[in-house]
Design a protein around this ligand. Structure first.
Ligand code: NAP
Length: 337
């Protein structure tokens, strides 16, 4: 039986990946912060089926203990301060988790289990301001926020460890992927939530935004720049790509995305139309919510992933958005019951 260690198992991707690996007969170990595991989280339903190793990625000793206890064949390093917008206010912490922790993990693996295969979660945010063409593995990085800068550092160190020590450290440069498990402070989930509130006639939502105000206030959802354009896919498809990346004969970097770009307007349209509403009556653009430096129009060229992994997304944009709205409707109805 293969053994896999997932850092960030309580997150969106970590929980989907754990399900995926369990279904393939893996023994799954997850590094999780104690306080996160003891409250409801994305992987709570897997309790008893996965082995949780408590630790914090900012503590080198916790990383070393987790690797030694799990004795993994495969390691998926997904733990991250994963909110680019918030990384401005938490830049040092973001560097510690997204940058330094990865190096500590690579160093631990080098000494404790050099034959283990490591997947590291890189991000399309690393491309930052783009020139318009689709991004592939050779596109230069031009990060526009502390999150992306820390990801570039870890990505480069993954390559350096791979080339210097011959270790199997592969990266996935993943474009945005969403699901009903996306935290509520991400704009995609806010839109799904806003559409669900509008459908249920909720004028002031019970959940609050970063400013401590209802996410939906006086019947309106406030967003930043609605022209932001991204390549959005579904997290279930993307964790399959992570696994495929570790099944290759050689470690490499892989861009993973759908190759199709949508704007936040499109997302609003799909979400509100799903509940029979026109988003323009419910969404307002608030300049105070625009990021100091906005990442450009990023869209994947996933040719390498298609050719070498045989990877194709199976869940389309509309299906993804509808699933998120349905999940928010169910959650709000349950809370009101
Ligand atoms: P997520 O839902 O925010 O999950 C992040 C995970 O990291 C959580 O389990 C979180 O644990 C854990 N974590 C954060 N700080 C930690 C620390 N100090 N010690 C231990 N664990 C810590 O993120 P995701 O969407 O699943 O993304 C997975 C990875 O892919 C991340 O590295 C992200 O940056 C990268 N990525 C994501 C996307 C995307 O669109 N989703 C795109 C490109 C790259 P807690 O529950 O304790 O907070």
């Amino acid at each position: 039986m293969k053994r896999a260690l997932i850092t960030g198992i309580t997150g969106q991707d970590g929980s989907f990946l754990a399900e995926f690996l369990l279904a393939r007969g893996y023994a799954v170990y997850g590094l999780a912060r104690r306080e996160s595991w003891f409250r409801a989280n994305n992987a709570s339903h897997l309790a008893g089926r996965v082995e949780i190793l408590f630790g914090d990625m900012t503590e080198g000793i916790d990383i070393a203990s987790a690797v030694q206890d799990a004795r993994p064949d495969e390691i998926y390093n997904l733990a991250s301060q994963s909110r680019p917008g918030e990384s401005w206010a938490r830049a040092p912490e973001t560097l510690m988790i997204n940058g330094m922790a990865a190096i500590r993990l690579f160093e631990t693996v080098r000494h404790a289990c050099p034959a283990a295969r490591v997947y590291h979660a890189s991000s399309s945010e690393m491309f930052g301001r783009t020139t318009g063409a689709a991004q592939d593995e050779d596109t230069p990085f031009n990060p526009q926020n502390p999150y992306a800068a820390a990801k570039v550092y870890a990505h480069q160190m993954a390559r350096i460890y791979r080339e210097s020590y011959g270790m199997f450290i592969a990266t996935g440069i993943l474009f945005n992927h969403e699901s009903e498990r996306r935290p509520l402070h991400f704009v995609t989930q806010k839109i799904a939530y806003g559409a669900a509130c509008a459908a249920l006639g909720i004028g002031d939502s019970p959940d609050l935004n970063e400013r401590g105000r209802p996410i939906v206030e006086h019947g309106h959802l406030a967003l930043g720049n609605l022209e932001v354009a991204r390549d959005w896919g579904h997290a279930r498809d993307f964790v399959r790509a992570m696994w495929l990346i570790l099944q290759q004969a050689e470690a490499d970097d892989f861009v993973v995305g759908t190759g199709i770009v949508h704007t936040l307007r499109d997302l609003c349209d799909a979400a509100y139309a799903h509940v029979g509403l026109d988003w323009r009556a419910h969404v307002v653009s608030d300049p105070a919510l625009v990021r100091p430096l906005e990442t450009g129009r990023t869209v994947a060229n996933p040719a390498r992933a298609r050719a070498r992994l045989g990877w194709e997304p199976e869940i389309g944009f509309a299906q993804m958005v509808h699933g998120m709205v349905d999940a928010q409707l169910a959650r709000l109805r349950e809370a009101a019951a």
